[in-house]
Design a protein around this ligand. Structure first.
Ligand code: COA
Length: 175
């Protein structure tokens, strides 16, 4: 369990399945996610995903819980770790009711801190769609900087949009 000021990152539990399924099937959430995220998700597939969490390769998936009511407000994950080059890639989503209250940036800060302190990585990176100003602001609040643009990378809402590459280095991270 990883604890921050306003959120806790913890393991997924059976009772999270329906909650996460609802968040994930919200078109406003889906719109912000990358191309290859499944939509819509069937309940049975969400259950299967949960069952597979124990398998190798499904490590570092966290439910995001807010304090103090311990409500599951979303999830975050380390998608990939390159141990030779010591970097990791992250992703996050929250249910719409919990946006813009500081939870997302706090969850990213806690996850990134874990990656630098416990996993001793040198760099954390992510991708975000250019129109997703809320997410970009949340990442910037945590110290991520824009380092590149893949132009017209994703077709969304009837038009192409840029994908931003953001990262933070170990020396740039402050607790
Ligand atoms: C991205 C996400 C995790 C961020 O979490 P969050 O809790 O909403 O973010 P925070 O509240 O920590 O920070 C967001 C900041 O953006 C600001 N903001 C909100 N809407 C904005 C907009 N349209 N333009 C610019 N800034 C905006 C907020 O005011 C806040 O800044 P502040 O704290 O200085 O007031 C969450 O919004 C989410 O899950 N969105 C849907 C899925 C998603 O986009 N995932 C990321 C894919 S890369």
């Amino acid at each position: 369990m990883l604890e921050g000021k306003s959120v806790v990152l913890r393991e997924y539990r059976k009772e999270d399945i329906l909650t996460v399924w609802e968040y994930w099937n919200d078109p406003d959430v889906k719109r912000c996610l990358m191309r290859d995220t499944p939509f819509p998700v069937r309940k049975e597939d969400e259950r299967k995903w949960y069952e597979r969490l124990a398998e190798k390769g499904y490590r570092y998936n966290f439910a995001v819980e807010r304090k103090p009511d311990r409500r599951n407000i979303g999830g975050c994950a380390i998608l990939e770790v390159d141990w030779s080059n010591r970097y990791g890639t992250i992703a996050i989503f929250l249910g719409k009711d919990y946006w813009s209250r500081g939870y997302g940036s706090e969850a990213v800060r806690v996850l990134t801190g874990f990656m630098f302190k416990e996993m001793v990585l040198n760099r954390v990176e992510l991708v975000v769609l250019a129109f997703n100003r809320r997410a970009i602001k949340a990442y910037e609040k945590t110290g991520f900087v824009l380092e590149g643009v893949s132009r017209d990378r994703v077709f969304r809402d009837g038009k192409y949009c840029h994908q931003y590459h953001m990262s933070i280095l170990r020396d740039e991270f402050s607790l």
